[in-house]
Design a binder for this molecule. Structure first.
Ligand code: AMP
Ligand code: ZN
Length: 115
């Protein structure tokens, strides 16, 4: 738990979210400002700031997140149609919240522009 981290507060229940999936390591919830008909944020419950902070102490976390992708895409009914996953890293990558998270986007034909 990091003080003043919005996603840690969601994990703790201090900030409400629309939960899509949860297990002991990972939480997934609807993005508050969706960029597609389906836009889910998947996070480790443990506070890890960025993709670059995954060290041997939490080496399994990407596997846990990818397992959640399988679950969430099925729950949302877009597993067969298709979807996109994105992890923004640091400022020029567009990261705004510094608690590692994967975006899962779908429910429409996604455009290919990268901004
Ligand atoms: P990023 O730019 O990769 O750091 O993405 C942060 C994402 O978190 C954005 O898509 C926001 O819309 C989303 N977000 C911010 N606050 C909340 C919240 N309270 N509940 C759900 N999603 C949020
Ligand atoms: Zn956090």
């Amino acid at each position: 738990m990091a003080e003043d981290c919005i996603f840690c507060k969601i994990v703790n229940g201090d900030i409400p979210s629309r939960k899509v999936y949860e297990d002991d390591k990972v939480l997934a919830f609807d993005d508050i400002n969706p960029m597609a008909p389906v836009h889910v944020i998947i996070i480790p419950k443990q506070h890890i700031p960025t993709l670059l902070d995954i060290d041997p102490d939490h080496a399994d976390i990407m596997g846990d997140i990818l397992s959640a992708v399988r679950e969430v895409s099925a729950i949302k009914g877009i597993d067969q149609k298709g979807f996109r996953t994105v992890i923004n890293c640091n400022e020029e990558g567009g990261q705004v919240i510094f608690h590692l998270h994967m975006h899962l986007l779908g429910g429409t034909r996604l455009r290919d522009d990268l901004g």
